[in-house]
Design a protein around this ligand. Structure first.
Ligand code: G6P
Length: 615
């Protein structure tokens, strides 16, 4: 959840690290800090500040420090309240060693008591601080920083990503990854090296990235790096050339990343299809899935695991894949799946959907599937992330960096991936004829344009937001493939505007939520011209009869619905299968505008984080 950045090289480190942290602030924003080996004193100087990163920026201006090696951290509090004393980097008692950390030291209380018994005085309430004191103890016994760090991690329970720096070896950083608490990415520059928990932090400096595996550590110097396992065995890792450009991770003309990412969708839908949808031959190619025709035909079940918005994409995937490939699909929250002893075998495939590829519950769900014979797949945005590397086969989202904490373009990219997966399996399993396949592929061609047409009506969504931003509760209703869109629309609203919103399958309204409905609770319905249109109309009637203000997302040309709903949002006509891709966009923008009208921090909503790497 937290963000880590480190640098060693000829440039001055402070600003470079601070700018890297800015790009990671979406991961955590309770407090932040940097530690630099000061070029004049040779001592480690730390600057830490509670609150958003610009407060640290201000502190750095008031109390500058600079040197050619340093580490920084932006925090999402787990142990110890957000405060300056609990901010990273944490230091040893003599101030010569510092660490930044992502994850939880599960046995920290025990370790803390042991260290206190040896006379260590703690300066914070965090679990992290035990790490730095343990390293200091090993340094005092005569070990170098790499060995002291290696010996330290042997004491720690739980998943961790750690970077350590030592004033007495001012040419190196030591980075370790244990488990799935967050990535450790090394950026390889020309005579300089970077360390970060995520690619965007350092992408403006290099595209050459190395990703540490679990139980590996790197000794990082300006002129290169060495990787070993935490048992001391040398390891070789590939250098990945990352295609994202740094400009794509900047806000540009937009006020917020979320706004930018919503508007990018007309383009990202094309990017997601690029190289995989063959419009000429009416086929889909997913070579990275590593699946033969025989294997596809032998599949009896697909189980999708994911969290948050990605789980709602998975719900849509169930509709798509069952329909297109006639393969039974189960969908489960990763956090539930991992603890329910799922029944798996070699005729199953387990598919994780994850933008970050680092969500700890989703990774643990994949681990649950290991050794069961099940095929492991992932749909993932972050190239080189754990979920991509753990899988037997994967489909990338190709949506580019998503910075806004509330996911938008990754959601629509996942749906396209799931649609492509449905078509691919449908062909391999002999369910779809070449003509049907071509028809489905052709339908995809129009999508980016349709998304663009929805985005063109943004001023209408803004006007509607002005009408609705005063309400405290909302009910979102959808049916069939648009039921997950009701869930996602409600989630977007609550995440960024802190307004209570419930998503419900419309037919279930009468079994509970209807009791809540009165004139204070607007009901947003997705009522496009699909096979359940008439049913939606009766639900709208029922809500209106209870005094609700009704908003309907409807198909262009449907004049009748104007008589039924107080407000109508028109979307272009599109096949039912692909309709979620156009119905979700107005709901993303509605939530965005309500949140900005309420002066909420859209990109960094309170208490949330972009990659949830703790349980
Ligand atoms: C967090 C984010 C959500 C995201 C979810 C799953 O809760 O705030 O926007 O949908 O994690 O993330 P993933 O990276 O696994 O898709």
């Amino acid at each position: 959840m937290c963000g880590i950045v480190g640098y060693v090289g000829p440039r001055y480190a402070t600003e470079l690290i601070y700018n890297g942290l800015k790009r990671l602030e979406y991961r955590g924003y309770d407090s932040a800090g940097v530690a630099i080996i000061d070029e004049t004193s040779g001592r480690i100087t730390r600057r830490r500040e509670v609150g958003k990163l610009d407060r640290l920026g201000q502190l750095l201006q008031e109390q500058p420090t600079n040197g050619h090696i340093g580490i920084g951290h932006t925090r999402w509090a787990t142990h110890g309240a957000p405060s300056a004393r609990n901010s990273h980097p944490h230091a040893s008692m003599d101030g010569d060693v510092v660490v930044v950390h992502n994850g939880i030291v599960e046995n920290y209380q025990e370790l803390r008591a042991e260290l206190q018994a040896e006379g260590v005085v703690f300066a914070s309430d965090t679990d992290t601080e035990v790490i730095v004191h343990l390293i200091a103890l090993y340094l005092n016994q005569g070990h170098g920083l790499p060995e002291a760090t290696r010996l330290t991690v042997k004491h720690l329970k739980g998943s961790q990503a750690i970077v350590a720096m030592y004033a007495k070896s001012p040419d190196q950083l030591v980075a370790v990854r244990i488990g799935n608490a967050g990535g450790v990415t090394l950026g390889v520059g020309d005579g300089e090296m970077f360390v970060a928990s995520d690619i965007p932090a350092i992408l403006e400096h290099t595209r050459q990235m190395v990703f540490l595996e679990s139980h590996q550590m790197a000794i990082v110097k300006a002129d290169g790096y060495v990787v070993r396992t935490t048992d001391g065995v040398p390891a070789q890792l590939d250098i990945h050339d990352i295609p994202w450009d740094a400009v794509a991770a900047a806000k540009g003309e937009y006020d917020h990343f979320m706004q930018k990412e919503i508007f990018e969708q007309a383009r990202t839908l094309t990017d997601t299809m690029r190289g995989r949808v063959d419009f000429e031959n009416g086929r889909v190619r997913l070579p990275d899935l590593e699946l033969s025709e025989d294997e596809a035909q032998g599949l009896e079940r697909l189980i999708i695991v994911a969290c948050g918005t990605s789980a709602y994409a998975g719900l849509i995937g169930k509709f798509l894949i069952e329909h297109l490939a006639r393969l039974p699909v189960e969908i489960d929250y990763a956090s539930e799946f991992r603890y329910r002893q799922p029944i798996l075998n070699d005729r199953c495939a387990v598919l994780a959907i994850t933008q970050s590829g680092e969500t700890v519950d989703t990774l643990a769900a994949l681990e649950e599937a290991w050794d069961t014979g099940a095929r492991i797949w992932s749909i993932v945005n972050a190239i080189g992330s754990q979920a991509m590397r753990l899988a037997d086969g994967y489909i990338t989202m190709q949506a580019g960096p998503e910075i806004g904490v509330a996911s938008t373009k990754a959601f629509t990219a996942s749906i396209i991936d799931l649609y492509m997966l449905g078509l691919y399996l449908g062909e391999l399993r002999g369910v779809l004829s070449p003509a049907e396949l071509r028809q489905h592929v052709n339908a995809l061609m129009a999508l980016p344009d349709l998304a663009g047409r929805v985005l063109d009506h943004d001023d209408e969504y803004q006007a509607l937001a002005e009408q609705l931003s005063g309400y405290k509760n909302f009910l979102y209703l959808g049916r069939g493939i648009n039921y997950p869109i009701a869930l996602e629309g409600a989630l977007k609203l609550k995440e960024i505007s802190y307004i209570h919103a419930e998503g419900y399958p419309a037919g279930e309204m009468k079994h509970g939520p209807i009791a809540l409905i009165d004139e204070t609770m607007p009901v947003l319905t997705i009522a496009i011209k699909d096979h359940v249109y008439d049913k939606m109309l009766s639900q709208i009637e029922q809500a209106r009869a209870r005094g609700a203000v009704v908003i309907a997302v409807a198909t262009e040309g449907d004049e009748f619905i104007k008589e039924k709903a107080d407000y109508v949002i028109y979307v272009p006509e599109v096949s039912e299968m692909l309709s979620p891709l156009v119905t979700v966009i107005p709901l993303q923008l509605l939530a965005y505008h309500v949140a900005t009208l309420l002066n909420c921090d859209v990109d960094q909503p309170r208490n949330l984080a972009k990659s949830v790497t703790v349980e």
